[in-house]
Design a protein around this ligand. Structure first.
Ligand code: PEP
Ligand code: MN
Length: 447
């Protein structure tokens, strides 16, 4: 990092007319909240972000694979031990399957401990003859369809800090305290293989993992190696007040980091080259993600890369592509080819969720498991053809048996959506669908 340009002020960022921001009615209250946030301790440490950037560099070099997942929108009510444990368990289960198949380290990143803001396509929501501000995530307003709940309330940003701190605290305890022991994780998967409709297909892999584990244990490989895992927190950096307040200068390196999460990404709707979000994030040393949707050109990707990563630092940027199942094969090759030709080492991650949302006949916003898999296969095929490394997957999932996405081995149909549709935003894969996805990705990584 040769030069160290000053971080823009919040006012300077607002002068760039950022999109998708709340409209607060009391500026003094916002200032107070931001000042309070600035005084609170970091949620993650700069050294951890550096460690993740090194891991991302190894992904960019084709030597590791990223598994990133969690809710579309976390909620304050969702900060319970059972909920956090369920998501972590699902992600760790998927990671074991992927590690075994890919035979490379899996970089595990939760869409967790900070994912409380949502960009919306419409600023308002109308029900009958009532129109209110759209729900923008618990960071901004409440989900209930009342004027009071939908008011943009700056105090909620302190709620984000507290909810993130509580979540990270439990996650850190789980991943070092024995919960993540490889043997337990494998037992959860074996349960899946027995109970899932796709069991026959998956029991072979589960059996192989069993034997590999038994072999390592009988060789006397230290149990401690299996006992802890690295796990990182990530979210979309959307709220400028929150992200700016959490941007701090590291006392060790004197460089700025966003200490609200290890990995931050900029969403498809706020990644304008001259926009406030890119402007803020280009100053911090965290590894960064940028979502690339179907309107992205190769030139846009290159310009974003130049802006965020002028030094061509491996691992600095991850492009999270979300083209849609039926467009990925047409749209992705040019982008990957030109970015690769520019000599950059970026990590390529597939988000097979956000290009594949549709409204079911009964009104539920859903996704078809088959579309998710089609996009993933397209992503793997494109990288195979170009000789580039398909660096990872980014999915919206939960540890619960929700019914939000149709399909999968349990064959959920549209009529099932009504049973357990619990997301406040986008539909998530349930536990079985998530594990099934991991097994399918595993197959692609083995062949
Ligand atoms: C998201 O990840 O929840 C999201 C809104 O994605 P995108 O910015 O790709 O639309
Ligand atoms: Mn989403």
């Amino acid at each position: 990092m040769p030069d160290n340009p000053p971080i823009p002020t919040l006012d300077e960022l607002h002068a760039l007319k950022p999109l998708q921001q709340p409209t607060y009615d009391d500026a003094a209250e916002v200032d107070e909240v931001v000042a309070r946030l600035r005084s609170l301790p970091p949620l993650v440490f700069a050294g951890e972000c550096d460690n993740l950037r090194d891991k991302m560099a190894s992904v960019a070099a084709g030597e590791s694979f990223i598994l990133q997942g969690g809710d579309c929108a976390e909620t304050f009510d969702g900060v319970t031990a059972a909920n956090i444990q369920g998501k972590l368990r699902t992600l760790l289960s998927m990671a074991v399957v992927l590690t075994y198949a890919a035979q490379v380290p899996i970089v595990k990143i939760g869409r967790m401990a900070g994912q409380y803001t949502k960009p919306r396509s419409a600023a308002t929501e109308t029900r009958g003859d009532v129109t209110l501000p759209a729900y923008r995530g618990d960071a901004v307003n409440g989900f209930p369809f009342t004027e009071q709940a939908r008011r943009h309330d700056p105090q909620r940003l302190l709620g984000v800090y507290n909810a993130s701190a509580a979540t990270l605290n439990l996650v850190r305890a789980f991943v070092t305290g024995g919960f993540a022991h490889l043997r337990s994780v494998h037992h959860w998967n074996a349960d899946f293989a027995k109970s899932s409709a796709a069991s026959v297909q998956y029991q072979t892999l589960a059996g192989e993992i069993d034997r590999a584990l038994a072999f390592m244990v009988s060789c006397g490989i230290d149990d401690d190696v299996f006992n802890t895992v690295d796990f990182f927190a990530s979210h979309e950096a959307l709220s400028l007040e929150y992200e700016h307040a959490m941007t701090r200068t590291d006392s060790r390196t004197h460089l700025p980091y966003n200490v609200s999460g290890h990995f931050l990404w900029v969403g498809e709707r706020t990644r304008q080259l001259e926009g406030a979000h890119i402007e803020l994030l280009r100053h911090v040393r965290n590894p960064l993600g940028v979502k690339l949707g179907p309107t992205t050109t190769a030139d846009t990707a290159l310009e974003l890369a130049d802006r965020l990563d002028p030094d061509h630092e491996p691992g600095r940027i991850t492009f999270i592509t979300r083209m849609g199942a039926h467009r990925v094969r047409d749209l992705l090759p040019d982008i990957v080819a030109k970015v690769t030709a520019s000599g950059r080492q970026v990590a390529w991650v597939c988000d097979p969720m956000h290009g594949n949302t549709f409204e079911a006949r009964n009104g539920f916003k859903t996704r078809a498991f088959s579309d998710v898999i089609t996009e993933l296969n397209g992503f793997f095929d494109v990288h195979e053809e170009l000789g580039t490394w398909p660096g990872g997957v980014h999915v919206e999932l939960t540890g619960d048996d929700v019914t939000e996405c149709v399909g999968g081995s349990d064959d959920l149909v549209e009529a099932d959506l009504v049973n357990r549709y619990e997301t406040l935003c986008d539909p998530r894969l349930n536990r079985n669908q998530s594990l099934e996805l991991a097994f399918l990705v595993a197959e692609r990584l083995t062949t």
